[in-house]
Design a protein around this ligand. Structure first.
Ligand code: SAM
Length: 313
């Protein structure tokens, strides 16, 4: 599905005009830092190459996903700049079928994983929540209800096609306390320091090129006392289960992708990107390295997915 085919809609459905976000009545807010207004050439030239590799207090050989000027796009080694472009192509392509594919691929279990993460968030009425790489808005929709009219949620994503689907969906659901902002997780440029009680990123981090920069940006925008939740695929803890899971991901997912979204390559990338993502301990170390404290994680479905939590104290 191309970008042009997904026109943003206007929020006629919203009833309380005082509460309607200024973002809702205009095209998605853009800014040069997110690269959405720039030409591809500008983006490729301006994007900083991942710099020095931070030192972690981690075992030798731990895979943090950061490999300097090159990185991984699934199993391919690509220039750091190229990865962002390839990831953008994946999500432009799958946006319209994203929700149905999620249900099919996970047999609906992604809903339970997300529910678990929301329960761990401790979100309360009146709070300010940022959902990064929020795509079609599964988490933001629930947070909108939980924080209530005195609270505020920002659904943010780098990809206009995904964010358009999310915006249409949340407007249809009457979520008037949600703003929709295009932003790169690596900088979170549109957001001020110390502005959110809760920051979440669900199945987004593995797509981000410079994960350390993203974790630092998340730390920056959290208020002191605020918490970060990362819901992401991780490393299964039980080896025989892992083999079965590999078989499923590398054969069934691309076939389903072909049949439902007419795109097997994007779902091949999904399977590969999961394998290349830092494991539970490594990600926890990366969070600590970015300044988060009291970090912990919970494995779900035998470690297929993990929820990491950390605090800015
Ligand atoms: N959070 C949603 C969920 O759990 O269903 C969507 C997850 S989807 C698998 C991954 C999302 O990450 C896509 O919407 C994609 O556009 C977004 N993304 C990828 N790279 C990003 C970046 N650097 N900054 C912000 N979002 C990014």
């Amino acid at each position: 599905m191309s970008n042009e085919e997904q026109k943003p809609t206007h929020p006629e459905t919203a009833t309380n005009t005082d509460k309607v976000s200024p973002f809702l009545t205009s095209p998605l807010p853009e800014g040069a830092p997110q690269g959405q207004q720039q030409s591809l050439e500008q983006r490729l030239t301006d994007t900083p190459v991942t710099g020095s590799i931070p030192k972690y207090n981690l075992p030798r050989g731990a895979n943090t996903g950061n490999v300097g000027a090159t990185t991984h796009f699934g199993y391919q080694t690509v220039n750091s700049e190229e990865k962002a472009q390839k990831v953008a192509e994946v999500f432009h392509s799958v946006a319209s079928k994203y929700d149905i594919m999620n249900d099919l691929m996970s047999f609906g279990i992604h809903r339970l994983w997300k529910r678990f993460a929301i329960n761990m968030s401790g979100v309360r009425r009146g709070q300010h929540v940022l959902d990064i790489a929020g795509g079609t808005g599964d988490l933001a929709k629930v947070f909108s209800r939980e924080v209530g009219p005195s609270g505020h949620v920002v659904l943010s994503d780098i990809n206009e096609s995904m964010l358009n689907v999310g915006r249409d969906r949340l407007i249809d659901a009457g979520c008037t306390n949600v703003d929709f902002v295009l932003a790169n997780a690596e900088t979170l440029e549109p957001f001020a320091d110390n502005s959110f009680d809760l920051v979440t990123i669900s199945f987004g981090l593995r797509n981000v090129t410079d994960k350390d920069a993203a974790l630092q940006a998340m730390y920056r925008v959290l208020k002191p006392g605020g918490r970060l939740l990362i819901l992401e695929f991780s490393k299964p803890v039980f080896e025989p289960f892992s083999k079965l899971y590999d078989l499923y991901s590398f054969t069934a997912l691309p076939i389903m992708g072909k049949l439902v979204a007419n795109d097997s390559e994007s779902y091949k990338y999904l399977a590969e990107s999961i394998r290349m993502h830092p494991d539970q301990r490594t990600l926890k170390g990366m969070m600590e390295n970015a300044g988060f404290q009291n970090c912990d994680y919970h494995n779900l479905t035998g470690g297929i997915v993990a929820v990491h939590r950390g605090f800015k104290l």
